[in-house]
Write a protein that binds this ligand. Structure first.
Ligand SMILES: Nc1ncnc2c1ncn2[C@@H]1O[C@H](COP(=O)(O)OP(=O)(O)OP(=O)(O)O)[C@@H](O)[C@H]1O
Ligand SMILES: [Mg+2]
Length: 355
């Protein structure tokens, strides 16, 4: 259980800046998610914390101690890779006990610890099998058990669930979260799946091209995205963005609703919304369509709960509204969040309903 800090941490590969001066402080027992698209620098950052990659610049502290140039084994951490990296010729028991053996622990103690780690992930009955005799989900649990068996101070996970199908992923997410809560190990978890990030992270660091765009709780990122990148990376479907003359406005699909449905508490902003496609998803309907932006028609989405029984047809226009309190404003040039503009300066595009 250790605090992990990075200070102005940089990793360059030739001309590529994989990690660009990242300052992070992960608290004791915290579950921090590194979220970003492919190539954003997540793995590079994690590998530097693990000691598998030398920083080009900056510092790493674990438990207050500068470990920047220390080897992995001096850092008291465990890492789980996307590929699991199990030893194919060893059975599950020997795979899990491997880190303990490397520490020279006697057999009886190793056995006790392996059984403990196996029980956390429900794989006690598989200890005699070889990795090739396991399903993907079982292999993933072996990799996790091997990572926790030493009871490390820090737990590093790099997309550990990416090889699993959707249902197994949900179960495994739950197992990892429960385990982490019970043991309280400081954890850094890498993913490019925003649903996973929102569901698991105490806080999320959003990365893009080596830069950290925002660090905050799932609620903070959702409600107060720092810029248009964060706004459009989170949520499914993500926030709608519409260019106006003075700025870009943003609003979540669930806040963009037919005017007769919304009971607004603040002023509203209305659009002529031309529906192009209706998708029925059980609890909700997604309406895909267009509104007028400053630079022409803009594609946006409305998420209408199924409680709303109004009929919508592709090819027709409807008046849809957003409450002023649900509008976010972003700067045109930088994409950064800006304070709300006076409502009157953001002229509603259209009031008339053409149907
Ligand atoms: N060993 C390397 N040599 C050269 N370039 C590298 C090396 N490792 C990573 N890079 C580059 O650094 C950048 C960040 O890569 P990194 O693997 O950290 O991204 P990532 O966020 O983990 O992506 P993914 O989601 O695809 O795993 C990329 O542009 C990548 O091509
Ligand atoms: Mg990666």
């Amino acid at each position: 259980m250790s605090v992990v800090e990075t200070k102005a941490l940089v990793k360059r590969f030739g001309d590529v800046v994989a990690v660009n001066s990242i300052d992070l402080r992960i608290e004791e027992g915290e579950f921090l998610v590194l979220l970003g698209p492919s190539g954003s620098g997540k793995t590079s950052l994690l590998r530097m914390v693990a000691g598998l990659e030398k920083p080009s610049d900056g510092q790493i502290l674990i438990g207050g101690k500068d470990v920047t140039f220390m080897p992995p084994r001096a850092r008291n951490l465990s890492m789980v890779f996307q590929s699991y990296a199990l030893y194919p010729h060893m059975n599950v028991f020997r795979n899990i006990s491997f880190p303990l053996k490397a520490e020279g622990l006697p057999y009886e103690e190793r056995k006790k610890k392996v059984e403990w780690a196996a029980s956390i992930f429900g794989i006690e009955h598989l200890l005699h099998r070889k990795p090739r005799q396991l399903s993907g989900g079982q292999r993933q649990r072996v990799a996790l058990a091997r990572a926790v068996v030493r009871e490390p101070g820090v737990f590093l996970l790099d997309e550990p669930l990416s090889n699993l199908d959707a249902q197994l992923r949900a179960t495994a997410r739950d197992e990892i979260k429960q385990f982490q809560r019970r043991i309280g190990t400081t954890t850094i978890y890498v993913t490019h799946d925003q649903v996973e990030a929102m569901g698991m992270g105490d806080r999320i660091a959003v990365m893009h091209l080596g830069n950290m765009h925002q660090l905050g709780t799932p609620q903070e990122l959702y409600r107060e995205p720092a810029d248009t990148f964060v706004a459009t990376f989170l949520g499914s479907p993500p926030m709608n963005l519409v260019k106006k003359d003075s700025c870009i406005i943003g609003f979540h699909p669930e806040h963009f609703l037919p005017e007769d449905v919304l009971h607004p508490e603040t002023a509203t902003f209305s659009f002529a919304f031309e529906v192009t496609r209706v998708e029925y998803l059980g609890a909700d309907r997604f309406l895909y369509g267009m509104v007028q932006g400053a630079e022409g028609p803009t594609r946006i989405i409305s998420k209408v709960p199924s409680l709303v029984t109004l009929n919508f047809e592709a090819g027709r226009k409807y008046t849809f509204v957003v409450q002023e309190s649900d509008l976010k404003y972003f700067d045109h040039a930088s994409g950064k969040r800006i304070p709300p503009l006076p409502f009157t300066t953001v002229e509603p595009t259209a009031q008339a309903v053409v149907s």
